[in-house]
Design a binder for this molecule. Structure first.
Ligand code: URA
Length: 238
């Protein structure tokens, strides 16, 4: 585990600002392995160092990972002047500085959004090179035929030069209008544009899985919870 600045670790762990933390350091109320911290920029390794406030050990975590059931009508952004964002839905006890959605869903798309403050993890799960599948259920305007499945599964080159990697597509309903789609990349409006390229139209879209981790069915739209280490491992599992 890499060392992190103590002010960053403490600011990330709760609602204290960096200025408050500087003041706590000035008052010598923070200790690192029993020694008063004299510089808020001092670094600690949370895998073995013990950081205390007024003698009480702080439960520090380098990063947080939150599963959110995104409802329709909310934008996938960290902040917005005029619209409600997925980060606005995170309750105070899970709030940290630097939270962002790892991968965007359209405003009208529902389902699994991962919110974190860990840029490296987000990059790892989003980079197509790492082949982490995102699974969606799409409702289509027209039945999907096997010829169109073959086109989507081969990969697509749009007229404007955009290339979509091969997807995995499965029909779920008798009328062939409800389908499961798995993709390893997240280009702008990707699923909608893929179906539009074969003359169809997505009328509803929901993300159900990231990697092998399924959206918790106990989370109602708008609800979220922290992920366990085992669940994070499932996201990375191929
Ligand atoms: N593809 C889309 O078209 N929209 C989303 O929100 C996600 C994937």
């Amino acid at each position: 585990m890499a060392k992190e600045r103590i002010d960053k670790l403490l600011a990330g762990a709760g609602t204290r600002s960096r200025r408050d933390i500087k003041e706590l350091v000035r008052q010598r109320r923070i200790t690192l392995n029993g020694e008063a911290v004299t510089d808020a920029g001092q670094k600690a390794d949370i895998s073995h160092d013990i950081v205390c406030l007024d003698g009480t050990p702080l439960a520090l975590k380098a990063h947080i990972y939150i599963m959110l059931h995104k409802p329709a009508g909310v934008v996938s952004a960290s902040s917005s002047d005029c619209e409600k964002t997925v980060v606005d839905l995170v309750p105070a006890d899970l709030r940290r500085t630097g939270l962002f959605p790892a991968g965007r869903l359209d405003k009208d798309t529902t389902g699994f959004v991962l919110i974190t403050d860990d840029g490296a993890f987000a990059h790892r799960i989003l980079s197509p090179k790492n082949h982490i599948e995102k699974t969606y259920i799409a409702v289509l305007e027209h039945p999907l035929c096997t010829a169109d499945i073959a086109v989507l599964e081969q990969g697509l080159l749009l007229r404007n030069g955009t290339r979509f990697l091969p997807a995995s597509v499965q029909i779920l309903s008798e009328d062939a209008k409800q389908v499961q789609v798995k993709i390893c990349e997240g280009k702008y409006h990707q699923i909608k544009r893929m179906f539009s390229a074969v003359g169809n139209c997505v009328t509803a879209l929901r993300r159900t899985h990231m990697g092998a981790l399924e959206l918790d069915s106990a989370l109602s739209p708008g609800a979220c919870r922290e992920l366990t280490q085992a669940e994070l491992a499932l996201i990375l599992q191929k």
